[in-house]
Design a protein around this ligand. Structure first.
Ligand SMILES: C[S@@+](CC[C@H](N)C(=O)[O-])C[C@H]1O[C@@H](n2cnc3c(N)ncnc32)[C@H](O)[C@@H]1O
Length: 224
């Protein structure tokens, strides 16, 4: 299953950024900026940051405005090739969230945006995050979460993500299946509350909120 997911990201890597901008109407940039600014309130200046599931480097682009110490990690070779081209001076690692190739207490902040939904062994990844974060380290999660309850707005979002988004994503990337996986994986993922509870053993959640008119949520948590 994990290999299949990574293969899918390898296949859509080339068109990933363009599709992202179009299907989110550019709002993913705003979510990233907001989430990173919030996380910075809980850490020191110029923090040492690890961006897990970095993909083509969209979070790294924002982090670099606030720190000169960012590292990226992703299992997809193709995604990493694009990220390396965009940020030749950043160090990237090919690897999985559930098996991080770093020593204990290395980073001040770990971010993972739209990545944790793809991690098959989430609890193992959370334990790894806690291990490689320093004392008082901060975990920032941006993710599409399942709604607690249905609403008219949520029905519209679901209609868009199940009926329209796979068509647009499929046409641009040539891989409709990959964009059918997105709504499927959200439906089979946790609600925001459930995801917060998963963190409880190793982290104290400081902030958890959903962005308006979107399925995107943000969690900021501190290592206990
Ligand atoms: C939707 S993309 C998000 C990329 C980037 N973080 C962003 O916000 O645009 C999901 C990324 O998660 C990566 N991924 C999949 N399984 C993973 C795992 N087990 N550990 C870490 N990253 C994983 C994929 O290779 C892909 O690059």
């Amino acid at each position: 299953m994990q290999e299949k997911i990574v293969k899918m990201f390898d296949e859509i890597a080339e068109s990933y950024d363009v599709v992202n901008r179009i299907v989110s109407f550019g709002s993913d940039k705003l979510w990233r900026e907001k989430a990173i600014k919030k996380a910075l309130n809980f850490t020191k200046n110029n923090p040492r940051v690890l961006d897990v599931a970095c993909g083509s480097g969209d979070m790294i682009e924002v982090w670099r405005k606030y720190t000169d110490d960012v590292t990226g990690l992703d299992p997809s070779k193709k995604m990493l090739e694009i990220a390396k081209k965009r940020f030749p001076d950043v160090q990237f690692y090919q690897g999985f969230a559930q098996n991080l190739p770093f020593e204990e207490s290395t980073f001040d902040v770990i971010s993972i945006s739209f990545g944790i939904r793809n991690v098959v062994e989430i609890q193992k990844a959370i334990d790894e995050f806690a291990s490689v974060l320093k004392k008082d380290g901060v975990l920032l999660i941006l993710e599409f979460t399942k709604p607690d309850k249905k609403s008219l707005i949520r029905n519209c979002i679901d209609f868009y993500s199940t009926k329209i988004l796979p068509k647009i994503g499929g046409i641009i990337s040539g891989n409709k299946e990959a964009y059918e996986y997105l709504p499927y994986s959200i439906q089979n993922f946790y609600t925001l509350n459930e995801l917060c509870k998963k963190l409880n053993k190793k982290f104290e959640v400081k902030e958890a909120k959903s962005f308006k008119l979107s399925p995107a949520s943000m969690i900021i948590a501190k290592k206990i």
